[in-house]
Design a protein around this ligand. Structure first.
Ligand code: KG4
Ligand code: ZN
Length: 343
């Protein structure tokens, strides 16, 4: 039996967790800065790193206290070292190094994208079978990856411009719905008609890549009052009369349709036995529902709080790396542009 301590500070959540044997959450503390960044309509990097400095020690103390575990009892300290915001990542990595050095514990660096995927190992329901197709859709990434074993990844496609979550955040801002945009659009879309606006879908035929910037621009033109014919002005410049619910519903339907269809094609094309969803956008109800309706292999999704950034999934992947003998040196540095590659 091994406890792993996870630390996550790659973006705007300061998080620490204790996980037993890679699959059982003992504690999972997340201090979100969303309220602070809301006024900027997105994450303000300098503010984010300062907030991490303020919160990391209390969050770590809470994670250990709630778990009833002493630092000396953990098998390893695992920490996200990329991708993410450099100043934010630095806080977690340096705290992890200090703890590991002070207590003589192994230190393991974790790729944030891999952590998102391993949130699925914390659900404890269904057995996970390789090869599987994984869709990671978050604020910074949209990747389709074939996973053939633990730590074995074959990248199949990615976004050529905006990430799916980024598109949700930007469109929410255009519609005056606040930050983070995903949950706000999902709420607004409940009262809207997904067929109200025929928004563009970038199919990029023959590739598993994505593009969401055209869709975002189409919403921008509509918000500015131009119809798809480029002429009609249906609402005034202050946005009075803007059909926010219909736009939110039409946008959400367009993103979900492309994500589902590309995931379905990739899963079929590569003979995947399961599909795994990961990242903040995987919390979207319509996306989860459509994936399950359209894909004919089991679709696994993390619980809602494990889709968005947390440290339990860092500790989950950390346990597999710990078992495999992976260790980081004291020269572990942050890698803001880290890619998902096989070990
Ligand atoms: O994985 P995450 O917490 O952080 C990153 O690694 O980026 O993802 C955050 C992103 C944000 O863009 C947010 O708007 C989006 O996930 N998101 C959602 C939903 N909940 C969060 N997008 C669509 N529907 C949701 N329910
Ligand atoms: Zn994330």
């Amino acid at each position: 039996m091994t406890y792993i301590l996870g630390i996550e500070t790659s973006c705007d959540e300061t998080a620490a967790a204790v996980v037993k044997d890679g699959c059982e959450i003992i504690s999972n503390i997340v201090a979100s800065q969303a309220k602070i960044h809301e006024q900027y309509g997105g994450v303000f990097p300098e503010v984010a790193s300062r907030q991490h400095i303020l919160h990391i020690i209390p969050v770590l103390n809470d994670a250990l206290t709630q778990a009833g575990v002493e630092l000396e009892e953990v098998g390893a300290v695992t920490v996200t070292y990329g991708p993410g915001l450099a100043g934010s990542l630095l806080v977690g990595v340096n705290v992890a190094k200090a703890l590991a050095l002070a207590k003589g514990l192994p230190l393991i660096g974790i790729n944030h994208l891999e952590a998102h995927i391993y949130a699925n190992w914390l659900q404890g329901e269904e057995k996970i079978l390789f090869p599987l197709l994984c869709l990671i859709a978050s604020g910074g990434h949209t990747n389709l990856v074939l996973m053939t074993g633990h730590g074995e990844y074959q990248p199949l496609g990615q976004t050529l411009d905006d990430a799916a979550g980024e598109a949700f955040d930007k469109v929410a801002r255009l519609l005056g719905l606040g930050y983070p945009g995903g949950p706000a659009i999902q709420r607004a879309a409940k009262d809207g008609d997904p067929a109200a606006f025929d928004l563009p879908r970038a199919w990029l035929k023959g590739s598993y890549d994505f593009s969401f910037s055209g869709l975002k621009t189409a919403v921008l033109y509509l918000v500015r009052g131009y119809g798809t014919d480029g002429k009609s002005k249906a609402w005034n410049e202050d946005g009075d009369g803007l059909p926010v619910a219909d736009l939110a519903a039409s946008f959400q339907a367009a993103v979900a349709e492309v994500l589902v269809e590309k995931t379905r094609l990739a899963a079929q094309g590569r003979g995947a036995r399961q599909v795994l969803l990961a990242g903040g956008v995987a919390a979207n109800t319509l996306l989860r529902q459509r994936m399950r309706e359209r894909i004919n292999v089991p679709v696994l999704c993390p619980s809602l709080e494990l889709c968005t950034d947390n440290a339990a999934c860092v500790a989950a992947v950390g346990w597999f790396k710990f078992q495999a003998g992976e260790r980081a040196g004291w020269d572990l540095d942050v890698l803001p542009g880290l890619k998902l590659t096989s070990r």
